[in-house]
Design a protein around this ligand. Structure first.
Ligand code: GLN
Length: 307
């Protein structure tokens, strides 16, 4: 009962305290489907491993999860391919923006990690090579993980991403040149953009990330991971989940997490809770301003982080 009262109070305090940041930053504008979103929205959901759920404001409004999907594709790839994943992507932070190509050329087509675009494009290639209905299987996995059949791809977002995704196309071409992309470039890019286009709300995301708290066996629709594999996914989120702001997020928040340019952030406190927060206004690095602030306040007020 103690936690019931304090998390509720903490979430409403957080909402009050982040108000000075309510007009800071701008939502992603590179495709109309994201540019048209009302930027003044905020949602948050915290899910404890005991099953208690706490929400704040627009926790039931769906948004584009964008790069948060990279955590899910990593989970599926690790389940299907095990350590063979690490022959094609690394585990080092990139220290550069999510779509940077600089290191990819220097390192001959091996992406630094699975949570930047180049790494996730390789994962998309692996999933497509493994199954003819990779798209449907990925969606089935997410629906199982989040406990919601309403989770779906957004066609206009995916098409917009593909039409304007010049850097992603350049990355895929470079991967092909270095022999780290098996499939057809166009098909891989389309699948990658579909994964970015997935819509979920904070409640569904928090439920999905509960699987990464390592508080229960990871087995969702046949996608199974060991405790050790989940631990490694958390390690990669901690060091690579926020691109060139991973250090800042670790410093301010102290939880493994992943952001997306739709304004969402999902994070876990291992063995304690998962949390999802969403607010469309982004900082210069592409991470949600209010989302980062809310999580910083959460771990400060609860005194619960991995450190
Ligand atoms: N769809 C975006 C891209 O590939 C995802 C980037 C992100 O969320 N950081 O550029």
């Amino acid at each position: 009962m103690k936690h019931v009262l304090s998390y509720d109070r903490i979430l409403s305090e957080i909402y009050q305290e982040i108000q000075p940041f309510s007009k800071v930053g701008q939502q992603a504008t590179y495709i109309p489907a994201l540019a048209e979103i009302d930027p003044d929205q905020f949602g948050m959901c915290l899910h404890t491993v005991e099953g208690e759920i706490y929400t704040c404001r627009q926790a039931d409004t769906r948004f584009s999860i964008q790069s948060i999907s990279k955590v899910f594709s990593l989970a599926v790839c690790l389940s299907l391919f095990g350590n063979r994943v690490w022959e094609r992507v690394g585990v080092e932070p990139s220290g550069s923006s999510f779509n940077s190509m600089v290191l990819l050329e220097a390192e001959k087509g091996i992406p630094r990690n699975p949570l930047i675009n180049s790494g996730a494009i390789v994962l998309a290639d692996m999933l497509l090579a493994h199954s003819e209905d990779a798209e449907q299987k990925f969606l089935d996995f997410l629906r199982c993980l989040s406990g919601s059949d309403a989770v779906c791809y957004r066609a206009d977002v995916a098409e917009g991403e593909r039409r304007t995704g010049y850097m992603n196309a350049a990355i895929a071409n470079m991967l092909k040149y270095y022999g780290n992309l098996e499939g057809d470039i166009e098909q891989v890019l389309r699948f990658y953009c579909r994964m970015c286009s997935i819509e979920m709300n904070c409640r569904e995301l928090a439920q999905a990330f509960l699987a990464f708290t390592n508080s229960r066996p990871f087995d969702y629709g046949g996608i199974r991971l060991t405790v050790s594999q989940v631990k490694r996914i958390n390690a990669i989120m901690q060091t690579c989940g926020f691109y060139d702001e991973a250090g800042e997020f670790s410093f301010l928040v102290g939880l493994p997490g992943k952001s997306g340019v739709g304004g969402g952030i999902a994070a876990v406190c291992p063995q304690r809770y998962s949390v999802a927060v969403w607010s469309p206004r982004l900082n210069a690095k592409g991470n949600s301003v209010m989302g980062m602030k809310a999580l910083e306040l959460l771990t400060t007020k609860t005194e619960e982080s991995i450190f």
